[in-house]
Write a protein that binds this ligand. Structure first.
Ligand code: FNR
Length: 355
């Protein structure tokens, strides 16, 4: 179908089920065990309903923001997701170029299928890029990567902490592909690429990372109020509330619920660092809900993988445009003209409501 036929992010996902090879779709879509968290990531947003205001002149609006001081055209970013080339020959380069065209920030996975040099070559002047770091068992190898990230003048390091071991992803395990063991068993893509990742990571590594680089640090994968407080104490610039798109611990909570708990139990955290969320974000209204509760920005993983798989760079641009239009309409109908006006009083939490 022509790109213009894509009117919601879900359209890209439906198309991806039809065009992606089995191994690729299984790897992208898979999540832990029975995938309860994967479903919860989408459902949890439906428990939050708006309390809109009317009779506000909303002719002119502003959707721009900053993410760790970096300008962003929208309060969204590309969450780092591995192996974009499983879906399209240009892979992560599509994401880099699409991000440049739309003025948003790309998070680049440690397990990207394009090299950092390839992405930086495709980058437009001064385009911000954030590198997602998985620590290596051999910390010296991690130092070398950090040095490369600095040399390429990337803008920050997102340290992912929710994957000391890979989750059990059965769709990925069942899809037979290029990653089969010699003995005929199958590892799946996730296990095949993650062997170097350190299982011994701890808060000491956060301290250590701060000593080896001046790049701003973001901790990705916080899932509790307790750890949000520890992150604030550790002095990092930002956290991403995330359950890794449901791919790690099954029954991990949806990020929007963790965000609400932080708002209620430890609101000082929002003054100490920036809070981002990801997981199951598919609509502009999802983004607005997170911002009402104090998130500065929201990340999306799979929607951009699917969009670039089907349409390359232009698919990424279209996906961002869809979100931008939804954000603009949502903001106006909420009775606000810029993102700083969003606040908890504009949102109502309904415990058992799912519709
Ligand atoms: C991921 N994610 C991820 N996170 C990370 O820190 N490093 C990584 O290499 C990857 N790889 C990865 C691959 C694939 C195929 C997916 C779907 C996800 C998690 C990602 O950053 C993000 O947290 C989730 O994708 C957010 O959920 P949604 O938007 O996919 O629902």
């Amino acid at each position: 179908p022509p790109l213009g036929a894509m009117v919601s992010l879900e359209d890209f996902e439906k198309l991806a089920t039809q065009i992606l090879p089995n191994t690729a779709y299984a790897y992208y879509s898979s999540a832990g065990d029975d995938e309860n968290t994967l479903r919860e990531n989408v459902d949890a947003w439906k428990r939050y309903w708006f309390r809109p205001r009317v009779l506000v002149d909303i002719t002119k609006i502003d959707l721009t923001t900053t993410i760790m001081g970096i300008k962003s055209a929208l309060p969204i970013f590309i969450s780092p997701a591995a192996m974009a080339r499983l879906g399209h020959p240009l892979g992560e380069i599509n994401l880099t170029k699409g991000a440049a065209q739309t003025g948003i920030i790309q998070g680049i996975s440690s397990n990207a299928s394009c090299t950092l040099e390839e992405m930086c070559d495709a980058r437009s002047p001064d385009q911000p890029l954030i590198f997602q770091l998985y620590l290596n068992w051999d910390r010296q190898k991690s130092v070398e990567i950090v040095r490369k990230v600095e040399a390429l003048k990337m803008n920050g390091i997102m340290f992912t902490v929710d994957a000391p071991v890979p989750g059990k992803r059965e769709r990925d395990l069942r899809a037979k592909g290029d990653f089969d063991d010699e003995d005929g068993g199958t590892k799946g893509v996730a296990q095949a690429i993650s062997g170097y990742q350190a299982a011994d990571l701890s808060w000491k590594d956060v301290e250590w990372l701060k000593t080896i680089t001046d790049l701003p640090l973001i901790i990705k994968g916080v899932q509790s109020v307790e750890d949000a407080k520890l992150a604030a104490k550790s002095g990092v610039k930002a956290i991403v509330l995330s359950n890794h798109g449901g791919r790690q611990l099954n029954f991990a909570p949806a990020s929007i619920d963790v965000l609400r708990e932080i708002r209620e139990e430890a609101p000082e955290v929002f003054d100490q660092l920036e809070v981002y969320v990801d997981g199951g974000v598919r609509r502009g209204t999802d983004v607005l809900k997170a911002l009402c509760l104090g998130a500065k920005a929201v990340g999306l993983g799979r929607p951009f993988l699917y969009a670039q798989s089907a349409y390359g760079e232009q698919g990424v641009v279209r996906a961002v445009q869809i979100l931008e239009e939804e954000l603009a309409t949502g903001l106006r109908l909420l009775g606000a003209t810029d993102l700083s006006q969003l606040n908890p009083a504009m949102l109502r939490y309904l415990d058992n409501k799912i519709n």
